[in-house]
Write a protein that binds this ligand. Structure first.
Ligand SMILES: Cc1cc2nc3c(=O)[nH]c(=O)nc-3n(C[C@H](O)[C@H](O)[C@H](O)COP(=O)(O)O)c2cc1C
Length: 336
């Protein structure tokens, strides 16, 4: 079915950013429409990319029509299997390294012809062709891969927000069970890197998915003028962003745990969420870096009070300590 402009929701960008969640329960009987998939892909296509080289591609897969579905399913991480089978479409996002080597020249030319690359900023054809482009093209693939995977991330960020603006459910998916398996299944050349899987579907869980998931505090992430000098958020701005729908109520909203159990019962899956040890839950709740609201704190207290939590795997302590120390992390914070 096609669509007219009047049928497309007018969700604001800030509202869509606020509405976006990783949705993990999809209605297996409902399909996302072609125009919606097209809108998601257009959002990715319009994302900024270095030198206009267009390195992000995608294969849109449907279980019902894809001949190699079983092969794809074998590659997805175990905790994502249910999702790929219940979502409407699976988008496999690819990063084409050849874009860097093959399209740098044409990408820049397209920008010049568009009136984007100008002499004002010091661009000149001879320097571009004798210095800039050859230097860029001499980068090893390990370096271009890092640069271009970032672009695919950019494209995906736009795609997720566009999809959320249409009220669709999305979840990015790791395909860690068989590294290289997706590329092999589709017979992709070494220039085509599979970056992420992306499930799109009609949410079966409430669209709020139990509330916005907590993040670190704003001022722990953002710094002013020098690293470590906290950039403080303005409470009045946050209040305005709340009114605009960008900042929303934090998880878990009332009824979330019951919702999870009801969804599990519907598909004969295990109820409940995963538990962490009591000491770990308490340590996390006391960590000043996190922006934890009253709901998650109350829920943590209830979880601890209910008991039956697992023990910390002491046999792993040394391994965790070694891994953290390799990165110069303060292990006393995490491994008291
Ligand atoms: C690159 C990337 C890969 C992810 N892979 C998975 C995944 O394999 N399975 C999953 O359930 N969620 C996955 N997620 C979703 C994150 O767990 C999720 O974004 C995070 O829990 C924050 O929740 P929110 O997206 O609802 O804000 C992934 C997210 C990103 C950005």
């Amino acid at each position: 079915m096609s669509v007219s402009a009047g049928q497309i929701p007018d969700t604001s960008v800030l509202q869509a950013i606020g509405d976006r969640r990783s949705i993990r329960y999809f209605d297996p009987d409902k399909k996302v429409e072609d125009w919606q998939i097209q809108t998601i892909l257009q959002a990715a296509r319009l994302a900024s990319c270095q030198g206009n080289i267009n390195a992000t591609e995608a294969i849109v897969v449907q279980k019902e029509t894809c001949d190699i579905w079983d092969e794809i399913e074998e590659c997805v991480s175990g905790f994502n299997v249910q999702m790929i089978n219940q979502c409407s479409h699976l988008i496999l996002w690819l990063t084409n390294l050849n874009a860097w080597y093959g399209r740098a020249n044409d990408g820049l030319s397209s920008l010049a012809l568009s009136g984007a690359l100008t002499k004002y900023h010091g661009w000149n054809y001879e320097f571009t062709m004798t210095q800039t482009v050859p230097r860029l093209m001499s980068f090893p693939t390990e370096r271009t891969e890092i640069l271009l995977r970032f672009e695919t991330g950019q494209a995906l960020g736009s795609a997720l927000v566009a999809s959320a603006s249409l009220g669709l459910g999305n979840c990015l998916l790791a395909f860690g069970r068989k590294p290289g398996g997706v590329e092999k299944a589709f017979g992709l050349g070494p220039n085509l890197k599979f970056t992420w899987g992306h499930a799109v579907g009609i949410p079966l869980e409430d669209a709020k998915a139990g509330g916005q998931r907590p993040r670190l505090k704003f001022e722990k992430l953002f710094h002013k003028d020098t690293y470590g000098n906290p950039l403080m958020p303005d409470a009045a701005v946050d209040a305005a962003l709340t009114d605009k729908g960008m900042l929303q109520e934090q998880a878990p909203l009332p009824g979330r745990m019951e919702e999870i159990d009801a969804l599990a019962a519907q598909f004969s899956r295990d109820p409940g969420v995963v538990s962490w040890p009591e000491k770990e839950v308490k340590r996390l709740m006391a960590d000043d870096d996190w922006d934890f609201g009253p709901r998650i704190r109350t829920h943590a207290e209830e979880v601890v009070a209910a008991g039956g939590l697992p023990d910390y795997p002491e046999e792993m302590r040394e391994t965790f300590q070694k891994l953290m120390e390799e990165h110069g992390l303060d292990t006393s914070k995490y491994l008291s």
